[in-house]
Design a protein around this ligand. Structure first.
Ligand code: FES
Length: 169
């Protein structure tokens, strides 16, 4: 009977015997640390965005319109990028907004008819911006126009002036 084999008892491995195998507890710890790290990065990003200034870059409201000699007397020149008419009459220069005072369409200079016309609802204006007819409630506004130190026209679209104010050159 001494040769008889003893029944084998299944051995549960101890932690130091497991080696590199990941236990359930290690797995849950890693998941938890990962989630905390992700949340930490997110809060850092939100904090950074909160403290960084929100800046809105808008186009400049003041622009140079070039040398006065570019504009013949009795001319209306449409500056498309600024949506402004540079008008030169014998009495001087003025800058007139090209944006219709009705609903904001961009008007067009009609040299044959000698007037500014709005393509949207038919308002018509004289070259000095005065309303002739149509649904526009007001004349086209005049902007401040002056000369720079080096002799160029300077228009400030933030400053409306009375139509009677002209720049004499
Ligand atoms: S937008 Fe010019 S007439 Fe209506």
């Amino acid at each position: 009977m001494s040769d008889a084999k003893k029944p084998s008892i299944p051995q549960v491995p101890r932690p130091e015997q497991v080696g590199n195998e990941t236990t359930r507890r290690d797995f849950l710890n890693e998941i938890t640390l990962g989630a905390l790290g992700f949340a930490g990065l997110g809060s850092v990003a939100v904090t950074y965005q909160y403290f960084s200034p929100n800046v809105l870059f808008e186009p400049a409201t003041t622009f140079r319109a070039g040398n006065p000699d570019l504009y013949p007397i009795h001319s209306v020149t449409f500056l498309q990028d600024q949506q402004v008419y540079i008008v030169r009459m014998p009495e001087g220069f003025y800058a007139v907004s090209a944006v219709c005072t009705h609903l904001g369409c961009v008007t067009q200079w009609k040299p044959g008819a000698d007037m500014i016309a709005c393509p949207c609802h038919g308002s018509k204006f004289r070259a000095d911006g005065a309303k002739i007819e149509g649904p526009a409630p007001r004349p086209l506004p005049h902007f401040s126009i002056s000369l720079t130190a080096d002799g160029e026209l300077l228009v400030d679209k933030l400053q409306n002036i009375k139509p009677a104010q002209v720049l004499k050159v």
